[in-house]
Design a protein around this ligand. Structure first.
Ligand code: HEM
Ligand code: HEM
Length: 405
């Protein structure tokens, strides 16, 4: 068994690389197609979809490294000459396809990996590397851009493989020549072929194909961000003794082992509070949060589904509490209504009041299962139980508000 290529035959190493990459790629493409079409309305469906995408990505990253080795090896090897040099057009097409395939072996996994690295929280790569990549920020627009490239490179590769396989089968069954047999490695009677001069025109043609398809993608808006399905209906303003000037309600969850952070953009707070009380009941608060205003990395849409927040049916969450001042701090004692479930909640908070301006901060951890969120994900491997909530706000008392205006 010869390891290296000759001008007539493929050596064992080239053949092993060829069939290993073929096997990996021809597995991961259908896996991606099936995964893309799967719904993710329930947590079970989401887990299945994520599992298939993890498989796709893990095989894809494997292909990337195998491809680098394969290309490194091919660079030092003669390319066996075509069996039919007189068929110039056919040779040109076959070599264009080979360039497209070599290029795709790098471009398809790399664009997928960059897309993955720019997103947070969905379907990890199972290798212990590359969930993030240096110089690739977590950003929806960058993710969408590379997602678009990945779509284009994935489709170019799929179509090229179909043509490449059709060509190989035509050689085998119609021409009845040894083209396929010399790649499989079965003993084939082959003439000693002279080294052929390889023109760079097929490479030019391959580059032209990528350029045309990439440009076509621009026309179809392939590289833009997709808008989230859920639309937040803006909450009505509330009049309150203390008016919130600015603030944030952030959450953090652990999905598939990585932290995903999110923010509710739309919420209102109706606050009464007497800062002169030194001990005992000192006011009340009612916070209304528009669920669909949540942005949660790349899993915003999934989070809105019926098994999770179910934003269509339960549009708002409401925290209603009495405020209690104690010698050594403050707490809000009340209930949180979320997804149709009311749960008692006691929340400690830090407060500083200067004149008529109050600064409040609180951190707490909720258990998603208390509210029936992701109930079918009964263990923490895909979605942690704890949801960390951070609240910060600045509010002005009514009389100060009038001065500020
Ligand atoms: C993902 C799938 C595949 C990829 C990426 C791929 C890639 C390639 C590349 C880059 C070459 C050129 C090797 C060289 O000369 O340097 C090649 C050759 C070849 N491939 Fe594939 N291939 C794939 C699948 C297949 C399949 C499924 C078949 C058969 C049904 C096949 C049959 C062949 C044959 C017969 C050759 C040799 C062509 C010749 O001697 O001119 N390939 N392949
Ligand atoms: C040879 C390598 C790869 C090929 C040929 C490939 C091909 C594809 C194809 C054809 C699709 C689209 C399925 C469809 O919508 O019909 C897809 C989707 C996807 N691939 Fe890959 N892929 C490869 C590697 C990777 C890698 C390494 C990653 C990430 C680490 C990745 C991440 C993704 C993601 C996240 C999607 C879904 C994109 C979306 O729906 O927005 N892929 N891939």
């Amino acid at each position: 068994m010869t390891l290296s290529n000759t001008t007539s035959r493929y050596g064992a190493i080239t053949r092993s690389f060829h069939w290993l990459t073929a096997l990996l790629v021809m597995t991961l493409i259908p896996v991606a197609m099936i995964a893309s079409d799967l719904p993710y309305d329930t947590s079970e469906q989401l887990a299945r979809k994520a599992w298939l995408f993890s498989l796709h990505k893990t095989l894809g990253v494997t292909v990337f490294f195998v491809a680098l080795l394969r290309i490194g090896w091919a660079l030092g090897q003669p390319k066996p000459s075509t069996l039919h040099p007189e068929r110039r057009a056919e040779t040109f097409l076959a070599e264009t396809a080979h360039w497209l395939l070599y290029g795709s072996l790098v471009l398809a996994p790399l664009s997928g990996w960059l897309h993955h690295a720019a997103t947070t929280g969905f379907a990890p790569i199972w290798w212990p590397l590359g969930q993030s990549l240096p110089m690739v920020p977590k950003s929806e627009s960058i993710a969408a851009l590379f997602g678009g490239f990945h779509w284009v490179f994935g489709k170019v590769m799929t179509v090229t493989i179909l043509l490449h396989v059709a060509g190989a089968l035509k050689h085998h069954f119609i021409d009845r020549d040894a083209t396929l047999r010399r790649m499989i490695g079965t003993k084939a009677a082959l003439p000693d072929l002279p080294a052929a001069a390889h023109s760079l025109r097929p490479l030019g043609a391959a580059i032209a194909v990528w350029a045309a398809v990439l440009l076509g993608g621009t026309g179809f808006g392939v590289y833009g961000t997709e808008s989230s399905g859920a639309q937040a209906a803006a909450l009505e303003d509330v009049t309150s003794d203390w008016t919130v000037q600015d603030g944030s309600i952030d959450i953090a969850v652990t999905q598939f082992g990585s932290q995903v952070e999110g923010t509710f953009a739309d919420w209102t707070a109706d606050i009464t509070f007497d800062p002169t009380v030194s001990s005992g009941p000192s006011g009340s608060v009612e916070v209304v949060i528009a669920i669909a205003s949540l942005k949660l990395g790349s899993v915003t849409d999934q989070a809105m589904g019926p098994d999770f927040f179910d934003a269509q049916q339960y549009e708002t969450a409401v925290f209603k509490a009495d405020l209690i001042t104690e010698i050594d701090g403050y707490f809000a004692d009340g209930t949180l209504s979320l997804k149709g479930t009311e749960v008692p909640l006691k929340m400690l908070f830090r407060l500083s009041v200067e004149g008529g301006a109050a600064n409040m901060q609180a951190n707490l951890t909720l258990d998603r299962l208390d509210f029936g969120i992701g109930n079918n994900m009964a263990d923490e491997s895909s979605l942690g139980f704890g949801v960390d909530v951070s609240i910060a706000l600045t509010a002005l008392r009514g009389d100060q508000q009038a001065i500020a205006e």
